[in-house]
Structure formats: C-alpha cells, structure tokens
Design a protein around this ligand. Structure first.
Ligand code: EPZ
Length: 417
C-alpha cells in the first residue's frame, strides 16, 4: 500500500497547470457511448477513476487508445450492455452509463454503483426520472436491469438537483423523438460541459447551467474532438493549501468563475488573489482569520467537494468556524484523523465546529476518501514534524501526480510504495 511522508512547514510556491476535470471527463467518457463514431478527449488527467471508466468502456466493446493526455474512444462496435459489479462498485460514474447505454442499445444492466464512502448515495432520482421517460426497470440481485424500447420524451422534475441524475437524464433523452424537458436540474459547470460536448457531436440541448434543460431528439451523433473544463476542485484544493502554508501560487488552465464561492470565502487579510481569464494567482502571508460559517450547497454555492479542505484550513485559522455539510450525510469522516494531528473539531450530525489552533502536529493518519485524503495532505504540509498518510489510493482517484506537483512547489513530500 502506498504512503505519503510529508515534513511540514514549507510555503507553497510555484506554477501549477490544472488538468481536465475528473467529474467532467468521467461523464464525457460515458457520453462517448452515444456517439457511433470516434471521439477524442484532450487534457484527460492520469487518475485511477479515469482508468476505471476506460476499463468499463472496453468491457462494453469500445476501442480506446490513450496517448498522453488524449483519450480516443471508438464506440462503433459497442455490443455489451452489462456493467459487472466488480467494476461498477469502484465508480459512482458507472451509473451515468445507464443513460448512454439505453440510448444506444435500448437496454442496460448495471450493478449498483460505488464511489466515495461519504453517504448513502442512493440512485432513486435517476431511476424515477428514467421511469418517467418510459424506461422499464427491474431491480434484483444487486443489478438494475433497464429496457428503453418503449421510452418517450417527457417533461420531468427531479426531486433534487442531482448532478449525476441530471447528466443521466440528458443522455437518456438525446435520441427520444420530440422535446424532453428536465426541471430542477443541477447547474454545475460539468453539466454545461456535457451539453457543449453533445451539441458539438450534433445533439440539440439547451439550458445547461440553469434549472431547466431542453433536449430535442436527433437520430445520431457524429465524432469530434473536445477539451473538458479544468478541474475546479483540484484547483481549489491547491488554493486552500497556499492559504494554509503561505507562499505564492500561480494556477494556469483554471476558470475563476467556477471557483467564485471559494474565492469569496478565502480570508482577504492573509490571501491576495488576482484572477485573469484562465489563471489565478494567490499570495498568502500570515495566519488566516477563521471563516465564521461555511455551508455546502448546490452550484454556484460552496461545493461539498471542497468542504473537508476548507475545514482543514479552519483547524489552523485564528478563531472559530462552523462548517455545515448539506449535501452528503457522512462527509466529516476525516475529522478523527485531523484530531490525531491536534485539531480541535466537534462534529454533531451535519455540523462541525472548528476551533483554530496555532499549529497541527505531524502524525500517522489514514485517508478514508478522495477529498478527505487530499485534505490530510494539506494538513501534513502545514503541521510541525512528519506526517505519514496511508491508503493514498483514495487520493489517486482524483489527483494526478500530487506528490510530484507539490514537491515542485516546495513541499517536502515523498511517496513510498
Ligand atoms: C457528483 O456526484 C460528483 N461525482 C461528486 O464528486 C459531487 O460531490 C456531487 O456530484 C455533488 O456535487 C461525479 O460527478 C462523478 P449528486 P453525484 O447526485 O452525482 C442525493 C468527488 O469527490 N441523491 O449531485 O453522485 C445524494 O445522496 C465526488 O469528486 C439522491 O438522494 O452527486 C446527495 O445527497 C464525490 N438520490 C445529493 O443528492 C439520487 O438518485 C447530491 O448528489 C441521486 C442523488
């Protein structure tokens, strides 16, 4: 099992180029199944979730070539509609293939999806949306068996603005005759990216980024090349790292608009942020003031995927902070690891009260999920002494070359396998 060993206390200084967004690339790979042609996605990060999604697509009969940051997907010979539990259980995004498989093959058999252990993560909204579109669904033996031979366009309302459910509905409606309307949609940038990609292949979708999306059915889609949006969560993680350790970072290939809720929260007394079109420069000096309250919510509000990272910043800020996690039920699982490092955090249900301490101290800790693991790295970077983090495979799911990138920015970090 790989570990990170970090000696804290160094500032974070350097230039970091952000890669394509994990949560866009995974969805676009699923959307490639809709295209009876060849698609090339550029700027794809080398992370294990992308590797897993590629393995799933290959099992379905897609031919895939990875060349550097480019992933070329040829879906012309796709033949299998079943995603085995071994692969589906590793990845939440496997459920996104329901929509694309149903549109392309009129049937899909997907095992219940996996993903980070941050909550129940039901798929009831996905399934109720599919049923409203006339998809016949049988759930048994841990599989979801779907048939869309009698599917039809419809006007559907999602109970919650679920990112995955919105993406699944879009992909299910692409070839349905007439106009389908999806209401109470998620507004995340990754949804807009999916719309832009599919429209590039010939789909007719409008409204992504708002609460109402309209899809006019077309007969087929053609191949294309596409560059996904940058990873706002990876970028936000590095910005929070600079706020914790001090230093000066220049992030390139970022969209400041996608990070507006974080940039609004970073304490202006210690963090000087300047933004250009696709760059964010941050200079951090001194200890941050605590942020009185952070509540995670749907985009464009503060993202749940940066909650553990901002909580970790609060553990070493001046004052007390209240963090409320409104999206997932158990996304404070990293707190016990932070307590080992001397943090002062009290969790009660969906609320964490964080009393900032002068400094954390290095300890042996374990990553429990992707963003929690990245947060432990940030904690180790600013703690006194040495921090050892195991189970770093969680972090490999969403952060490419984390130790090399941080090391090049002045952090004393090494990975031992
Ligand atoms: C996507 O997950 C992201 N994953 C998550 O990122 C992200 O945290 C989440 O959106 C919220 O932004 C990918 O895109 C691969 P949801 P998703 O459906 O689609 C409830 C990361 O770290 N819900 O928007 O699964 C659900 O329980 C990962 O990169 C239902 O109740 O999230 C949650 O409380 C973690 N029923 C809320 O909705 C459903 O059918 C939002 O979940 C679906 C969701």
């Amino acid at each position: 099992m790989s570990k990170y060993i970090i000696r804290g206390g160094e500032p974070l200084c350097g230039d970091i180029k952000i890669k394509g967004a994990k949560n866009s690339v995974l969805t676009l790979l699923a959307a490639c199944v809709l295209v009876d042609d060849v698609v090339t996605l550029h700027d794809c990060p080398h992370i294990s979730d992308v590797d897993t999604m590629i393995a799933i697509l290959r099992r379905l009969g897609c031919r895939i070539v990875r060349n550097g940051d480019d992933v070329t997907v040829d879906s012309r010979d796709i033949s299998c509609e079943k995603i085995p539990s071994g692969l589906a259980s590793e990845l939440r995004s496997s459920v996104f293939l329901l929509g694309s498989l149903l549109s392309r093959l009129k049937k899909a058999k997907v095992a219940y999806p996996g993903g980070c252990d941050i909550g129940l993560r039901p798929i009831d909204i996905h399934l109720s949306g599919l049923r409203e579109l006339g998809v016949r669904i049988i759930e048994k033996h841990g599989y979801i068996d779907c048939d869309s031979s009698k599917a039809h366009s419809a006007d559907i309302m999602l109970d919650l603005p679920s990112v995955g459910a919105t993406e699944n509905m879009i992909m299910t409606c692409v070839f349905l005759d007439g106009v389908s309307v999806i209401r109470n949609c998620a507004k995340e940038p990754e949804i807009v990216d999916l719309q832009n990609f599919l429209n590039r292949t010939g789909a007719k979708i409008e409204g992504a980024g708002t609460g109402v999306i309209r899809i006019e059915g077309v007969s087929s889609l053609r191949g294309t090349e596409y560059t996904p949006i940058p990873d706002r969560i990876v970028a936000g993680t590095y910005l929070i790292g600079a706020a914790m350790c001090g230093g000066e970072l220049c992030l390139s290939n970022v969209n400041p608009e996608h990070l507006s809720s974080l940039l609004a929260k970073l304490p202006k007394s210690a963090c000087k942020v300047t933004c250009a079109r696709d760059k964010i420069n941050i200079i951090c000096k001194g200890r941050c003031e605590s942020i009185p309250k952070v509540e995670t919510t749907y985009y464009p509000g503060f993202p749940t995927d940066l909650q553990t990272q901002i909580l970790t910043l609060q553990t070493v800020s001046k004052g007390t902070s209240v963090i409320v996690e409104n999206i997932f039920e158990t996304r404070f699982k990293t707190v016990p690891q932070l307590l080992k490092m001397g943090a002062d955090v009290t969790v009660n249900g969906r609320t964490a009260v964080v009393r900032g301490v002068e400094s954390l101290t290095g300890a042996e800790v374990s990553a429990t999920d992707l963003r929690g693991g990245a947060s432990l790295v940030l904690a180790g970077m600013c703690a006194q002494g040495e921090t050892r983090i195991d189970n770093v495979y969680h972090i490999d799911r969403g952060y490419e070359d984390l130790s090399q990138i941080l090391s090049s920015a002045g952090v004393k970090i090494k990975r031992i396998d």
